[in-house]
Design a protein around this ligand. Structure first.
Ligand SMILES: Nc1ncnc2c1ncn2[C@@H]1O[C@H](COP(=O)(O)OP(=O)(O)O)[C@@H](O)[C@H]1O
Ligand SMILES: [Mg+2]
Length: 319
């Protein structure tokens, strides 16, 4: 449903995003996660046909965002960082206006507005002026305008930013309810946001994708290596030095019967060898475990450790 290849955007001399590649299948809800300034909004503006890329291509619902921006806009609902709502307008009138902008035929417009209002829980405020609504309700109006033409793809840029905890939960539930009927890509700079709503995440940092996977696989991948804990009955000096001599072991810190074993993360799997050596040395293994990183740790690692991502030259677009 979304295919991005070699996507790059320069603002003057500054590279906002560099050589992004990803695909999103129909019906998926994907989180676009990264710290402020990572390039999330830039990518979304390109995907919605709002702004051209410098290099690379993006296809949404089968249409190239550069060659067929009108077709792309028909198939996409976009909630920008700052919702494009007119504060002095009445909710239903504004949504009717949004439907007209999206070329919804006159005969279908009333039903389209009605459906968007119902799906976003706005029925009881549809006659009210947008400026008098709470921030959470204004955000619902923003979602409703993105939905009013029943697009295949929804692109939501930080949909819960600035809302209070109750409103955040409500908006998340709303978005989850859209799964299946739409393909959704939503951005966030906070991890719980995407773990609460998305099946898959794409992590972006400093304009580059540093990871993309399902939430479970991302956590388990980052769990390999790093730190193991071994508890033994008899933590002998000779046993510890035997463990230390195994290739890939960076350091061992004994704390009574507990050994903290730091591993070179690039090393192949060595857990078998660690346990074998401990048994051979008759240390009496009681427990062996890998340190569980939380997703929060994973995100921090991905976005704070210097990444050595391939820097392939982006294909210049023929214009
Ligand atoms: N219109 C612009 N002109 C110049 N630089 C910009 C512009 N918009 C964004 N940037 C820069 O591009 C980078 C990515 O920004 P953005 O896509 O807004 O990130 P995010 O949405 O992840 O916070 C940042 O370094 C930002 O300062
Ligand atoms: Mg942004």
């Amino acid at each position: 449903m979304i295919e991005v290849s070699g996507l790059t955007k320069l603002y003057g001399p500054r590279t906002a995003i560099q050589d992004l590649n990803f695909t999103i299948k129909e019906g998926e809800i994907v989180g676009f996660l990264g710290p402020n300034g990572a390039g999330k909004s830039t990518t979304m503006k390109i995907l919605t046909g709002f702004m051209p890329a410098s290099f690379g291509t993006a296809k949404v619902a089968g249409f190239d965002v550069f060659d067929s921006p009108i077709d792309v806009k028909k198939n996409v609902g976009y909630l920008p960082e700052t919702p494009p709502v007119y504060l002095e307008m009445v909710v239903a009138d504004y949504l009717d206006y949004a439907a007209r902008l999206h070329d919804v035929p006159k005969a279908k417009r009333k039903a389209a507005v009605q459906s968007a209002v119902e799906r976003t829980g706005l029925s009881h405020v549809s006659k009210r002026i947008i400026g008098n609504l709470s921030k959470g309700y204004r955000q619902r109006v923003g979602l409703a305008q993105a939905l009013v033409h029943d697009p295949k793809v929804l692109i939501l840029d930080e949909p819960t930013v600035g809302l209070d905890p109750v409103q955040i939960i409500e908006i998340r539930e709303l978005i989850k309810g859209l799964a299946g009927q739409h393909t959704v890509i939503l951005s966030s700079h906070i991890l719980p946001e995407v773990t609460a709503t998305c099946q898959r995440i794409i992590v972006i940092n400093k304009g580059k994708i540093v990871a993309q996977d399902t939430i479970e696989r991302l956590t388990s991948r980052m769990n390999q290596g790093l730190v193991y804990h071994m508890e033994v009955k008899n933590p002998s000096a000779s046993g510890i030095s035997a463990l230390k001599s195994i290739s890939g072991v960076k350091a061992i810190t004994p704390e009574g019967p507990k050994l903290m074993i730091e591993i070179d993360p690039n090393q192949a799997e060595i857990r078998d060898r660690l346990v074998e050596a401990a048994v051979q040395e008759k240390m009496g293994v009681l427990e062996f475990s890998a340190e569980k990183l939380s997703l929060e740790d994973v995100f921090l690692q991905l976005t704070t450790v210097d990444q050595t991502v391939d820097q392939t030259t982006p294909q210049e677009k023929n214009v």
